[in-house]
Write a protein of this length. Structure first.
Lengths: 315, 315, 315
């Protein structure tokens, strides 16, 4: 997320109880995860093995749990628990704003757009022109929807990222990483009934122009789906997955987080994509392989009794 | 769908910009897909390889993109883009009718039926007697529900078919085939929470008498589910699948489109039915095989190391 | 379920048309399934092979379809159709109570809890403090929710158990076992969007303290989920499964009913757990095996062509 106006690092230090090191006069302009930070962003790191990646990233303000050397032009916020300090900042700038009616006063809805009964439109949502939002759809705060979008009934856009930090010394072990990202749905997208598209942790979940989803599809936090994709029913996509343009996923396909599916790939039903796969090919299996190779393998499996038979004849 | 009264083919030609050939005076009585057209129906064809199937079907009025010979007693509507002409007709006779309250004025709800809070009942819906429709269920326009039906919360009945035509030369590549079919739910059916049952493209999606669905089930457009079936949670069924009476599908089973599952078949959890299977048998696997054969195969796989061992001893 | 006050067995006999045998003066204090009955409970049995298990259980009042010897201190309700008699009792003590507004008058909602627009809260529901219930969530009657719980949009808590008795001689073959159990969600639980958690048939479905669910998760009737579990999206858990503390299930995992997953087990995506598995281990496959063994097996399968090659060279 980007702040509306810059936030002084001194204020951040005081607000979180952190100690400043490095440039103590600059302004933070946004919050982001390590894989997509830009200049001016706040990020955090609490595992020693990720220190150098974070310190060398584009992030300008780094919340860290050890007093290390501060790179030129950056600011360190030294805090014993960077996760908590980060969450405190997120909650301050993206507080939970209770809704008291079905369409919030701060939502902007374009001309020719129909909101059917029971639709909830949260705070600061923008919806474009000529959309149909079917009954009982829930659109969380800060979502951005383009023109000519159709969202079928009971779908949920913008629920929180599923992202927790484990604290084994506590009774309730999981601390929630509060999300400050958004969902962005581009023009001409159609989303089926009963789908869920989560907001990004700090960046945006994006559904590209012209993409069509069937029902019961789950898209994890910060995933980026390309243009003109087709996903059949009950597909699930993990957080921060990148799915390029014109990818076709058949029913019940599962896609792990943090991977890329190349442009134009086709994945057959019930397959599981556990790591990145190239575009322009057809895949099957859990974990997936190229479909032709997988089909051959399935045939080989059927020949095991024949192999056994032949083996017993000669030994 | 059937029209309320016949539509002159000359009006259709003018409305779509098509050229008439054959009988120019008859009335169209309905719209249907090629696999279930009857006399009087409009259908369309735009691929040369399907021309003869469509021309020889029961359809009386055929929208086609080539001037071919018109079979006796039929009417051709010659149009450069039959898909668009067809969609224009569907949109005219089944326009989107915005809802402005939770139960539309044109809905008919039988005696003893409870509609819980948040239920949306669209235009022209008919619901029978002694039903319970739990909170936040969405029932799209034209749905027909019998007597003694229970629908659990947040289920969606009658969302649009997932059916698109690709136009690779456009930025947004997929054109939507507008649906004019319905969902018909027969007596004594129970549908779990969070299910989605799509309407047919032009025919009806049918859930047979006495069938029971657990939660999160997806039924694609135009599928026909028999009587007294049991589907466990998270089952997905593709468009136009035919599932005969008394079929049992366990959890997370996936069924492809355009196939038949015979009466009384049982399919074990997580299986994938990719093509038609006979009734009266038990199945497992993705793709499914008869369960006993599949279990044997799984055992054979476990014996590969033994085969290898034996082979290395003799060679 | 427990009755508010004891119910005389003579009233039960008269109400159901059963014949009393054994102690004809005692009070029933609750209703329960055979696997969790306690003293004072009513249970029922209608298959001869389960007679002795039921008669020897802790149940005090047993509805049975044969006149057998009555164990000391118990009461038999002899009835030709124990299932129907049992359902009649359940319906009497847990009648369907129509809701006429979004938050029922008998619901109790704790301080600091936000109910967002479109949330339905049924009769006799208790919700603790500082919870957020997002839009269009449905909470059925009798649900109990602790403090600091978050439930995301369009989730359904407490729908009926998927439990039917087949009567092959009827047109609509399945008779519904009416549920009288509840869902209990402990403190610090977070439930994703579009989930469904069914109530127990007579006991309670429990989601343990600190457990976190992603979206589209299904939990069957009477399942007991431990503390600090993490379930990724589209997981399905069958009825009465017991999942101990700190279990992690990745996306699209399916868990059968009536089994136990031991503490701290991790199950990889798309796996199917068909029978009980020990805690502290990592699993994969459908049906699951220990992940390392399964990975080895997948590698062995890839070597079949090599085995064939070697075999043809020597025979």
């Amino acid at each position: 997320m980007q702040f509306e106006k810059g936030v002084p690092v001194q204020w951040l230090a005081e607000f979180t109880g952190a100690t400043l090191k490095g440039d103590t006069n600059q302004l933070a302009t946004g919050i982001n995860e390590i894989h997509k930070v830009t200049k001016g962003d706040i990020s955090f790191v609490d595992f020693e093995k990720y220190y150098s990646a974070c310190l060398q990233s584009a992030a300008t303000i780094i919340i860290i749990n050890k007093e290390v050397d501060c790179p030129e032009g950056k600011t360190l916020l030294i805090h014993p628990d960077p996760f908590s300090a980060y969450v405190k900042i997120v909650k301050h700038f993206r507080p939970f704003e209770p809704g008291n009616k079905h369409v919030s006063d701060t939502a902007v809805v374009g001309e020719g757009t129909h909101l059917q009964p029971g639709v909830f439109v949260g705070n600061h949502v923008r919806i474009g022109k000529n959309c149909i939002i079917h009954p009982n759809v829930t659109i969380y705060d800060h979502t951005v929807i383009g023109d000519n979008v159709i969202i079928h009934a009971n779908t949920v856009i913008g629920a929180d990222a599923f992202y927790f930090k484990r604290r084994k010394d506590r009774a309730a072990q999981y601390d929630k990483l509060e999300s400050c990202g958004r969902v962005i749905i581009e023009d001409h997208v159609e989303i089926g009934a009963g789908c869920t598209i989560d907001k990004g942790v700090s960046g945006d979940t994006i559904i590209g122009m012209g993409t069509k989803f069937d029902n019961h599809i789950h898209i994890g936090h910060g995933a980026v789906i390309g243009k003109n994709c087709l996903f059949a029913a009950q597909v699930g996509v993990g957080g921060k997955a990148i799915i390029e343009d014109e990818v076709i996923l058949w029913g019940q396909v599962g896609v792990s987080k943090d991977l890329t599916i190349g442009k134009g790939a086709i994945v057959y039903a019930q397959s599981g994509v556990a790591s990145s796969i190239e575009g322009g090919k057809v895949y099957f299996g859990s974990p997936v392989e190229e479909a032709k190779a997988k089909m051959k393998e399935l045939n080989w499996v059927k020949r095991i009794p024949e192999i056994w038979e032949r083996l017993t004849r000669i030994s």
